[in-house]
Design a protein around this ligand. Structure first.
Ligand code: PLP
Length: 444
């Protein structure tokens, strides 16, 4: 039995094999948080750290939102668990309705999962099964995109486009092709919001159709704004073109809104802010404000109806998780959606975005190494010139310095990425920007 962390024995941290972490390096200088409130974490050595990442793109309403905490407690007292396989509880229906009320178009049918990865794999399975129930059995291929992150399930990894995350796990799904990423330093550097250049990249879907034939393609999946790949807003007209090509060729369009969902762009889902409605949306993270694991794949009426044409008594979609619509997650999600509404957080996000974008763009020139700044809603990336292969990234050193100075930011390759809670105030924005500016001057 290993010693406890409190015992101060470094081996006490060996049993927890940490995800997406350099485990041995972490253990040299562990970042351990013991509590959180609104915009701040408190570390185990008593420091306050401003959360520039909303946890991990998820605590959109800020930490320790009392209505969410109380709802989880009350639910735990009442009903700990019930399966949703051929039974359920009122919370599942309630939250599904609340989510459907936030989605655009006819995206009204909610399939619950426990994470974004599961939401993505669920959406991909819905897409294949949708074509199959309609008799188009040849439509099995998925089109993803370079620099996309769609989680770590086999499906999400296969359509994802970040090579270092894929390479150890091949072979992935066979029937997958990728579009190019939409980012270009040459044409888009220092753009606020959607870049003018790049809509034509959507036409690569036509090339895929030429190569594979539309009759083999089930779905295209994109993040409306790519997040983990480095905050890459879609070029103006790009998503509209993808939508039009999908429509012309009977291909489903999936928006992975695990990051962009729940207010990042000032609307419940980015689909609304960007004016393009997909056939399926995936979400997670902000759905419960990060408080209890939960995700969802949301299907349009057209997609749902195809399944409901099966003979009555048939299980229409042979898929599900033990914890789909878990009572605690449902209580957390219902309370979270109420908090977003009652505290006007989507509107607040829209209102504060111009100030946020101005502030982050003021870092242009803060150090010669800053080669791009991208912002979209309450999202941002500050990209630094890469170092020679094998040398530690500058961005990593800047993030570490910012952390020591009290601001938590995240890395995406050579970019620092920011996604703070939507309750952020002007003073927090100033603190984030000043701290990064200082770190850039001192370290980059
Ligand atoms: N999809 C997107 C766009 C994401 O950003 C993430 C996580 O960051 C995922 C899917 C995977 O979500 P999870 O880590 O909850 O499985």
């Amino acid at each position: 039995m290993a010693a406890t962390i409190e015992g101060g024995n470094r081996d006490a941290k060996a049993a927890f094999w940490m995800p997406f972490t350099a485990n041995r390096q972490f253990k040299q200088a562990p970042k351990v948080f013991v509590s959180a409130d609104r915009m701040h974490y408190q570390t185990d050595d008593g420091r306050q750290v401003l959360d520039g990442m909303a946890g991990l793109w998820c605590v959109n309403a800020g930490h320790n939102q009392r209505p969410i905490v109380e709802a989880i407690k009350a639910q735990a007292d009442k009903l700990d668990f019930v399966s949703s396989f051929s039974m359920s509880h009122p919370g599942g229906f309630d939250v599904a309705n609340k989510i459907a009320a936030l989605t655009p178009g006819t995206l009204d049918h909610v399939f619950f999962t426990n994470s974004g990865s599961e939401a993505v794999d669920t959406a991909l399975k819905i897409a294949r099964a949708y074509h199959r129930v309609r008799g188009e059995v040849g439509r099995t291929r998925f089109i993803g995109r370079a620099r996309a992150y769609h989680g770590v399930g086999w499906g999400g990894l296969s359509v994802g486009g970040i090579g270092r995350q894929r390479k150890d796990f091949v072979p992935l799904l066979a029937d997958v092709a990728h579009l190019s990423a939409t980012h270009s330093l040459e044409h888009q550097a220092f753009t606020r919001g959607q870049p003018e250049w790049g809509a034509h990249l959507a036409d690569e879907l036509l090339t895929q159709i030429q190569i594979h034939d539309a009759s083999t393609i089930a779905a295209v999946i994109v993040e409306p704004v790519a997040g983990s790949g480095g905050v890459l807003p879609p070029p103006k007209g790009y998503l509209e073109r993808l939508r039009a090509i999908c429509d012309q060729h009977g291909i489903l369009l999936i928006f992975d809104e695990v990051i962009t969902g729940f207010g990042r762009l000032g609307t419940p889902f980015a689909a609304e802010a960007l004016g393009v409605t997909p056939d399926l949306i995936t979400c997670a993270k902000g759905l419960t404000n990060g408080s209890v694991p939960m995700g969802a794949a949301i299907a349009s009426q057209k997609v749902f109806d195809a399944f409901m044409g099966l003979p009555e008594g048939a299980v229409e979609f042979m898929h599900g998780y033990t914890y789909s619509a878990h009572p605690l997650a449902c209580a957390a999600a219902a309370a979270t959606i109420d908090v977003y509404k009652d505290q006007g957080l989507f509107e607040r996000s829209a209102r504060i975005a111009p100030l946020w974008e101005d502030a982050v763009h003021s870092l242009r020139g803060a150090a010669p190494d800053v080669i791009d700044i991208r912002t979209h809603g309450i999202l941002a990336a500050i990209e630094l010139a890469p170092k020679a292969p094998g040398q530690a990234s500058r961005a990593g050193a800047v993030a570490q310095k910012a952390y020591e100075d009290g601001v938590l930011v995240r890395l995406a390759g050579d970019a620092l990425v920011l996604s703070p809670p939507l309750i952020i105030e002007e003073t927090h924005i100033a603190q984030i920007v000043d701290t990064i500016a200082k770190a850039l001057r001192e370290v980059a």
